[in-house]
Design a binder for this molecule. Structure first.
Ligand code: IVH
Length: 663
């Protein structure tokens, strides 16, 4: 027992030292995995010997909610929550309590449905960003928040200290994009933008956060030194002047009825906003009266949340349709008794995957509760079990592809079932639709209905066939006249001039989306070069991982694909990158020297990124060096930089600079 006690004491000590090096000094000695291993050993021993757990153990500080890896931040001012109002009567009761004690106007704001964040700026620099946690202890997400482009890393007019609160959220469009991408990869989808924002923010790897377009609105100044602020109106103006994002949809109201009017207006308009809101927040405008009213343990007395009702409806599942996507994923869609929901009539809802159908136990014939995820995507939330009659049918995973009949396969580690037949007609139609889509070749008017007919009639069996179509053929299809056929032909003709990155996207190569295609054609400027480049060479390009490299190489070695590319070339398609990035670039004229090991990327990757932004890298430090980027265990270049007074960047600062520069 004393051996065990000694080991636990040692683990606690070592973990504390590593935490200090990681979080305070920003100079970790061991990898995250090694750190996690130590923490797991400690937690396991503590589970076995609960009597030996000490209150100051690092496992206790991390608490049940925080994951090993993100450190804890103590909020100097706790993050409170708000009482709720659901009606004008509730608002009027709030108003009476206020009016009994003080005089003030109200500020009405939108209640953004995201994740609360506490930011601290010291001497004008962003030094800390923490999640709410339990209100007293939050998680340190500073490196992640630094990747959110709209949050300034520096104030325009620095003040000694500024502590603010706000909301980090995922715009609806990004939520839809991310879930679509996840679904295509056979990964689990996020239930709503709030979960997606929380998941993206609480990543151990800031690069993942950076790849998701998070946004933020700041709504409160908690503490400020070096500036006088007396009202919420002034606070919002001050934040805006500092370049801090605020939601412009606020309204100063002189009566609670006016506040209610604001709430009603946005309850109507919420579906037109680019982000999700779950209500409005009403606050006293003046700080003086706020102070007088004070707060309870849980919430301030000077503010209240007006909550919108969650938009949910009941309807009946009439059937389940299986759709085969371009990548072969077979996805179930519920066919619903039409129901009006959040501004549209809903008759279909994606069930995402068969694990979800099983877990939620959704059956054909069930009465179900539906809503719109992210205010956009219709979803079945749950069956109303009490309404079952016994005649409902269980929805089972597919045995065969519903389009071509080949065996359905579930690859290991994926939630999706797939048709792996590359010639499957359903996959072909989806690939053609994708080829013509906005982000790809942008061929107007070539949607699913048309492509389906073209494939069904044997007119198109491959992308290249699209360029052999003539006006008469298209005019002979259903719902097509000579005029619309002519427009389609013109659109197809125009698409021949699209830049290479669009064609590369349009080919639908696995793991190569629009963004990656752009990165690639920034370096590889013509289609021919893709046919000879090796996976190793591709992997040298920043942002191109081994999976992408492998996928590209196998695509460009496949004889059918090469034959198709040849036909595209013969049809006169542009095979060169014509849309070039600007010369100069945001880091134009700046010289960087790198020393030590970087954690988030290799040194050559860092070099490529600097060059892509117009900067240069040098091998030795001189007076003309602009920045020295210092990784783990830096060499003599670090000392030289200090001697010469050259600006030194930690890895985090370097990442922030890259993101600021648009990498
Ligand atoms: S003021 C004392 N204003 O709603 C708390 N909160 O319980 C003062 N929220 O999770 C909060 N938009 O993060 C305020 N314009 C807004 C807000 C807002 C969203 C969130 C907040 C917290 C919850 C309030």
């Amino acid at each position: 027992m004393s051996d065990i006690n000694a080991r636990m004491e040692e683990l606690r000590k070592v973990i504390r030292q590593h935490e200090y090096r990681y979080y305070v000094l920003d100079e970790p000695l061991i990898s995250d995995q090694e750190f996690d291993k130590l923490m797991r050993e400690l937690v396991r021993l503590e589970e076995l010997y609960p009597e030996l757990v000490t209150p100051d153990s690092p496992s206790q500080r991390v608490g049940g909610e925080a994951r090993a890896g993100l450190s804890t931040v103590v909020h100097r001012t706790p993050l409170l929550s708000l009482d709720n109002a659901f009606s004008l009567t509730d608002l009027q009761a709030f108003d009476r309590r206020i009016r009994k004690a003080v005089e003030s106007s109200y500020m009405a704001e939108l209640k953004i449905d995201g994740v609360s964040i506490a930011l601290v700026y010291a001497d004008g620099m962003l030094v800390s960003a923490a999640t709410r946690g339990d209100g007293l202890l939050g998680e340190d997400v500073t490196p992640n928040v630094r990747t959110i482009k709209t949050i300034p890393l520096q104030l325009r007019t620095p003040v000694a200290r500024l502590e603010v609160r706000g909301e980090i959220f995922m715009p609806k469009s990004e939520f839809v994009r991310l879930n679509r991408e996840r679904e295509e990869k056979g990964e689990r989808v996020f239930a709503n933008p709030r979960n997606a924002a929380a998941g993206s923010l609480r990543q151990l790897n800031p690069r993942i956060t950076a790849s998701r377009a998070l946004a933020a609105y700041i709504y409160d100044i908690i503490h400020i030194e070096g500036e006088n602020i007396d009202t919420q109106e002034q606070a919002l103006a001050f934040l805006q002047a500092q370049g801090i994002p605020i939601n412009p949809a606020y309204r100063l109201c002189s009566s609670i009825e006016e506040v209610f009017e604001y709430c009603r207006q946005y309850e109507e308009e919420r579906h037109n906003l680019p982000y999700e809101i779950d209500g409005a927040v009403v606050k006293l405008n003046q700080y003086g009266p706020r102070q007088e009213l004070g707060q309870t343990a849980k919430s301030p007395r000077w503010a209240i949340a007006y909550k919108f009702l969650a938009e949910e409806k009941e309807t009946i599942v009439r059937g389940c349709e299986l759709n085969v996507g371009r990548t072969g994923i077979i996805a179930p869609t519920a066919l619903l008794e039409p129901v009006s929901l959040a501004g549209t009539t809903v008759s279909r809802a994606s069930l995402h995957n068969f694990d979800l159908v099983r877990d939620k136990d959704i059956r054909i014939g069930d009465t179900v509760v539906v809503h719109k995820a992210g205010d956009i995507i219709p979803e079945v939330l749950r069956p109303v079990v009490e309404k079952r009659t016994g005649g409902e049918l269980v929805i089972a995973p597919p045995v065969h592809c519903p389009s071509c009949g080949s065996r359905a396969i579930r690859p290991e580690g994926e939630v999706a079932w797939r048709c792996e037949n590359l010639n499957c007609p359903a996959r072909l139609i989806e690939s053609l639709v994708f080829f013509a889509s906005r982000d790809a070749m942008d061929i107007d008017g070539m949607g699913p209905a048309l492509m389906e007919q073209l494939v069904a009639r044997g007119l198109v069996a491959n992308i290249a066939d699209l360029y052999d179509l003539d006006q008469d053929t298209i005019a002979s299809l259903e719902r097509m006249g000579p005029k619309s056929a002519a427009n389609r032909i013109k659109a197809i003709e125009n698409s021949k001039n699209q830049p290479l990155h669009r064609l590369l996207t349009a080919l639908g190569i696995r793991h190569i989306g629009h963004k990656t295609a752009r990165t690639l054609t920034g370096v590889i400027k013509d289609m021919e070069s893709f046919q000879t480049i090796t996976a190793d060479e591709l992997a040298q390009i920043p942002e191109i991982g081994p999976k992408m490299a492998e996928s590209l190489v196998s695509f460009f070695r496949e004889p059918h694909n090469l034959a198709m590319l040849e036909r595209l070339a013969a049809a006169g398609l542009n095979l060169e990158e014509t849309e070039t990035t600007e010369s100069g670039g945001p880091l134009g004229g700046q010289t960087f020297v790198l020393t030590g090991t970087l954690e988030s990327m290799s040194r050559s990757e860092a070099g490529e990124k600097i060059m892509a932004l117009g900067g240069k890298t040098g091998s030795s430090v001189s007076k003309s060096t602009n920045y020295v980027v210092v990784g783990l265990e830096p060499g003599s270049k670090y000392d030289k930089a200090r001697q010469l007074g050259v600006k030194i960047l930690s890895e985090n600062e370097f990442l922030a600079l890259l993101y600021e520069s648009g990498a």
